[in-house]
Design a protein around this ligand. Structure first.
Ligand SMILES: N[C@@H](CCC(=O)N[C@@H](CS)C(=O)NCC(=O)O)C(=O)O
Length: 255
């Protein structure tokens, strides 16, 4: 049995899968790609993943695509450490969280991430080069074109931050109601794994003010998450942009 993961060190979608693999203590082959070198847009990679995004999991050579699909797949195929509740209604509730996280915060986190960090890969391109770079991305041409080389508008960034605020408020409320410490109460689940890297990213970009000192339950939840041994395995040194680009002065605003 072989598991191979094509991933970027700091991508939130890659981190979801690395967290899941680490919780399950599975062995896997790490194909660490470089977003700057566009390793994810080569013809060989596009054959495995026509969307031109990471992560891609190969299980015995067969591609499993999309980070949420991958974590659900891993939980079905390797159930020794369970990350999905047994009760069907609880399972449905967890899946509702997964779909919500895909619909709102996953997209929202991209706006401040590109604005503060990834735009630097494109700033020095001519407009022709930038257009070509956008067109090379099967799923993201529109997103890149809206960003351009000057970044997103204030309104677009604010709308993304509003979506993150809604997310952290919902998680805080759920934990308050269910007694925690996790999104599904005392059961650590794929829901925590799915949204953890998004909240960690927002903190890394200096946006922890969206929940700290206001929302105690999610503040404690993030601490609990970071204490998990699997979290520390998935977040090896160099898995946060504040470490990759120390010159940007990213990281927690208050340390
Ligand atoms: N729905 C996909 C989204 C994957 C995705 O957008 N991955 C980003 C990194 S988190 C990526 O590969 N971006 C490549 C690019 O912007 O060119 C999943 O969850 O796997």
């Amino acid at each position: 049995m072989t598991l191979e993961l094509y991933n970027f060190p700091a991508s939130t979608c890659s981190l979801k899968v690395r967290l899941c693999l680490a919780e399950k203590k599975l062995d896997w082959v790490d194909h660490r790609l470089s977003p700057g070198a566009t390793d994810h847009l080569t013809p060989e990679y596009l054959k495995m993943n026509p969307n031109g995004v990471v992560p891609t999991l190969l299980h015995d050579g067969d591609p499993i695509l999309d980070s949420s699909v991958i974590i659900e797949y891993l939980d079905e195929v390797f159930p020794e450490v369970k990350l999905t509740p047994i009760d069907p209604k609880e399972r449905a509730k967890m899946r509702w969280w997964l779909r919500y996280f895909e619909e709102k915060p996953t997209g929202a986190v991209r706006y401040p991430t590109f604005q503060k960090i990834l735009i630097r890969n494109f700033k020095d391109m001519s407009s022709k080069e930038f257009k070509a770079a956008a067109e090379k991305r099967p799923l993201k041409t529109d997103f890149y074109n809206r960003m351009g080389r000057d970044g997103f508008s204030k309104e677009e960034i604010q709308s993304a931050l509003d979506d993150i605020s809604q997310t952290v408020e919902r998680i805080d409320g759920a934990i308050k109601e269910n007694g925690g410490p996790w999104i599904m109460g005392d059961f650590y689940s794929l829901a925590d794994i799915c949204v953890g890297p998004l909240i960690d990213r927002m903190e890394d970009l200096g946006y922890e003010g969206l929940w700290e000192k206001k929302l105690p339950y999610i503040t404690q939840w993030l601490k609990n998450l970071k204490w998990r041994p699997a979290y520390q395995v998935a977040y090896y040194p160099g898995a946060r942009y504040s470490e990759i680009f120390p010159d940007l002065g990213l990281g927690r605003a208050v340390s």
